[in-house]
Design a protein around this ligand. Structure first.
Ligand code: SF4
Ligand code: SF4
Length: 454
């Protein structure tokens, strides 16, 4: 029987309209704006000055702490300005503005498409390549990958899970790379498996993606014959359910291990990396290529079929440029989302630029965004049944509206993964996610302030 996670979850229509669209290269605009805050942790510190000429793949930002990451130029050109600029939510973040010229790659980067399969034996070299090439988790969290691949003393990785679930409706970029670049993903998995000391390695893919499953299985079989580095890597077909791509849900589905409240995957011997991260690890280690591109989906019910896209984009390209290059905003679109409809964020500023973790430009219509009138809670418990973290969303909503911070913490609001299953299930149209997300932010700030005092 196919596995899935054991608590909660919902089944939204997957709407993978762009699944058949091959990855195309997005042209490069005249100017890019590269954010220094593209990862979890401290923003990078710019190490270039106005007037400098930079090459494609050159470091332009250095990590400003243990949890931080290098940032590289995605283009060749001249630095025009360094300063604050609004990100997609309107928050001011330091960006490096570069006027683009013809591509000239920085020294030592292999730009060829030749697939390299022989994994270097030196793990310190591998980790250094992953760190120096700015690889971060591309499944949403953008946590620096070299840190995740270095478990703290006393902790050991017993299972490495490569996340190919892509459970958010509409998104198809992971699906396309599993079909178009399967070998690179499996080699990346082999590299991470070696660094972690050879744990069981599983690539988890939902059963609504048969073509991706076949493609990844074929790559694993081919590489296993060529080198023992890849033998034993499994492709596991998972029963489709949202949010299977959540780290804790995937660990439960694949390994039947439960991460405790406020715990980390490594506490139960698990490390989870997304398929796009695995490909970035391949690029970094085997090609010395920094993370300066990623793939995103341009989609929506209101977008004609010929304008649905999966695009390879240079990081730092404005969303407005992507919209313009793909035929403009559809007439009946009223909202643009970066990420999926369940967990994505509205782009309030279309001049904001793409970052390493950008995964989509999703257009929603008025009908899709209409807020139905909220009514009183009827205590149906549908939100409780749907919550994959075992929380009681109706209660969190009530406590949050009454500002009861202590009680919110006691009821583990900090474990909320902001998946939106509660909101999706509520017949009273209570904006559970919005209320819980704000209250969770307040509780997390209080927890951090308390531990800083200790
Ligand atoms: S958004 Fe939070 S509270 Fe709501 S279902 Fe998801 S994890 Fe549970
Ligand atoms: S789903 Fe909505 S109506 Fe039902 S218990 Fe939860 S909050 Fe109340």
């Amino acid at each position: 029987m196919k596995k899935t996670f054991s608590i909660g979850g919902v089944h939204p229509n997957d709407s993978k309209i762009s699944a058949g669209c091959r990855i195309e290269m997005l042209p490069v605009p005249q100017t890019v704006y590269i954010s220094m805050a593209q990862h979890l942790g401290a923003p990078a510190t710019p190490v270039v000055s106005v007037g400098d000429r930079v090459k494609t793949g050159q470091v332009i930002g250095e990590p400003a702490g243990f949890i931080s990451a290098f940032v590289h130029s995605s283009v060749t050109g001249t630095v025009k300005s360094i300063g604050p600029r609004p990100d997609l939510a309107g928050n001011k973040v330091t960006h490096v503005e570069i006027a683009v010229e013809e591509d000239e790659w920085a020294e030592g980067i292999d730009t060829s498409e030749t697939v390299v399969r022989e994994i270097p034996r030196d793990n310190a070299f591998i980790l250094d390549r992953i760190k120096s090439n700015g690889v971060v988790g591309l499944g949403g969290a953008t946590f620096p990958t070299h840190v995740k691949l270095s478990p703290p003393p006393g902790k050991k990785a017993e299972i490495l899970i490569i996340n190919g679930a892509e459970c958010e409706p509409y998104l198809t970029s992971d699906y396309r790379i599993m079909i178009e670049k399967p070998e690179q993903i499996v080699i990346g998995a082999g590299i991470m498996k070696q660094v972690l000391g050879g744990p069981r390695t599983v690539i988890g893919i939902e059963d609504n993606k048969p073509e991706a499953i076949a493609s990844m299985q074929a790559a694993v079989e081919k590489l296993s014959v060529l080198s023992p580095s890849y033998s034993g890597i499994e492709v596991m077909v998972l029963k489709k359910k949202y949010p299977q791509g959540g780290e804790k849900q995937l660990i439960d589905a694949v390994a039947r291990r439960q991460v405790k409240s406020m715990g980390l995957p490594i506490d139960v011997g698990a490390v989870v990396q997304n398929v796009a991260t695995s490909m970035a690890v391949y690029d970094a280690v085997m090609k010395n290529r920094p993370l300066i591109t990623n793939t995103l989906t341009v989609t929506g019910d209101c977008l004609p079929a010929e304008r649905q896209k999966n695009l390879l984009f240079r990081i730092g390209v404005p969303f407005s440029f992507i919209i313009e290059q793909t035929g403009g905003m559809p007439e009946n679109a009223v909202k643009v989302i970066s990420g999926g409809p369940m967990m994505g964020k509205a782009i309030s500023n279309l001049d904001a630029t793409t970052v390493k973790g950008s995964s989509s430009v999703l257009y929603l219509t008025a009908a899709q965004t209409v807020r139905r009138p909220e009514s009183n809670c009827i205590r149906c418990a549908k939100c409780v049944e749907a919550c994959p973290m075992g929380l009681e969303p109706y209660l969190l909503n009530k406590l949050a509206r009454n500002g009861m911070m202590e009680e919110l913490e006691q009821n583990a609001i900090q474990d909320c993964i902001e998946c939106g299953c509660c909101l999706y299930s509520c017949p009273a149209n209570i904006p559970l996610l919005d209320v819980i997300r704000v209250a969770k932010g307040d509780v997390m700030r209080a927890i951090r302030a308390r531990s800083a005092k200790k």
